[in-house]
Design a protein around this ligand. Sequence first.
Ligand code: FES
Length: 130
Amino acid sequence: MVNVIFCGFGEDMDKRVIAREGDVLLRVAMNNGVTIPSECKDGMCGSCAVRIEELHEEAPAEFESKVDPDAWDEKKYTTYMEDKELDTLVEMGAISKKEAETAQQYVQQTPVRLACQCIIKGPMLVKPFE
Ligand code: FES
């Protein structure tokens, strides 16, 4: 379990929540009352773009994950971004083509993600994309 902090979405929506690694960021937001626009939920429209910062803090001990790490499919939990997401972000001008290529080459995530495509890998700070 990891901390996900929503900041800048509005007084009632700015909060810290505990999320499961492997969960989709948009679903975590919706389940916790944080409104992120989402027209297609398929990585095509760009309406759910958010700014992401990776954090290096641990979730509280009482939320320690009970999942057996040996049973995980590691590939499922990488920060790998699908071409569809990168293409949409480049098209909307949120990232440059060079940033998209670097993200692909080094299996990194870009500082702007589509919440509907963003698999939670670790603690993160999430801000609106403006
Ligand atoms: S909701 Fe359309 S790209 Fe995420």
